[in-house]
Write a protein that binds this ligand. Sequence first.
Ligand code: LLP
Length: 385
Amino acid sequence: MSSTVNSWKISSAQAEELARQHGTPLYIYDSKIVRRQIDSFRAAFSRFDHRIHYAMKANSNTSLLHLMKELGMGIDAVSIDEIRISLEVGFYASDIIFTPNGVAFEELQQAIDLGVRLNIENLSYLEKLGEAHGGDVPCTLRVHPGLVIPEASRDATGWYQRSRFGIDRQQIPLALQIIKKHAIRVEALHVHSSSMILDETVFGAAAEILIDLARELPDVVALDLGGGIRPPHHADDDHPDLDALARSLEKPLSEFQQETGRKLQLWFEPGRYLVSECGLLVTRANVIKKVGDRTVVGVDTGFHQLIRPKLYGARHEIVNLSRPEGPLHDYDICGCLCEEDELAGNRSLPQVHEGDLLGILNAGAYGFSMASTYNSRPLPAEVMI
Ligand code: LLP
């Protein structure tokens, strides 16, 4: 027997064998799915001169990073340790972009010493960069898009609405003064508009905002449009069409080129799109109990290992790996932590027996990378196949 879920194909025997070798809970990453996602991303944007910097916050597993390197990705890093890990994996410093916020300027200085490109998101960093290095250290400027995104298209996490990232567009004149004063070389302009784009015109709208600024900054050679593209999690899941996103970029870029003679490169920083689907969190159903009218399956993982359902109300499909077929029953799947720890409510699954292996899908992005040791539980194992 085997389960086919999204692109995941794993037989009961294979799942059981991996669980025997590595124990449960266990994150399994399928490298074929990562390759496929990179290919489809590249194909959609192939009409542009573009570069991809993988947002490693989504998943910094070292085998995965080696694969990203082999497949020609650069890195979008958010901490000095993400930079160190990438350098150890073999990424060139020049292929790493550092987008810090809220950290001491010393951390930016360490990144400069390592030769990494900085993405500056506030006037304070810009002023300090100018004072310390003048025009010697080029940078990217992160702009707060301030886009009005229709309610229905906003990300499910509420992350966008509260976004505080980037230089407010009202402050652009001040930023230009600082750049001029210190002769800072701004080589790219950046925007990350949302972590779950649904509106397909958003890249075009962001490009227009950045292009306005590029007119005033002659050193700019690239627009960095961040990440935020979400692959579908289930058959009727709303998700953006990559071709439509790419099409929305054609007009602003070609108009800019005609007007100025400058051909801008495009950079992207996808995380979730590249790695969400590749990850399966395998967990053992240890306890099945009745509570009122609910049937609760108690499993050996929990929100310490996959926090997205608890934190964002995210829905992750769950399959019974041990019994992919059979009569369906309704279950609440609950983790092993000592507080409310529901991973999935009211799910219809082939009858679950104690000892069965369940698989939680789309666990490759922001799964292990957000895990903790709450309840003094160790981090789970990870394996790439
Ligand atoms: N670039 C920047 C500047 C970002 O802030 C992010 C994500 C990305 C790229 C990658 O975005 P992606 O393509 O993965 O959506 N923990 C949340 C997601 C937080 C994303 C934060 N920034 C979740 O589990 O949904």
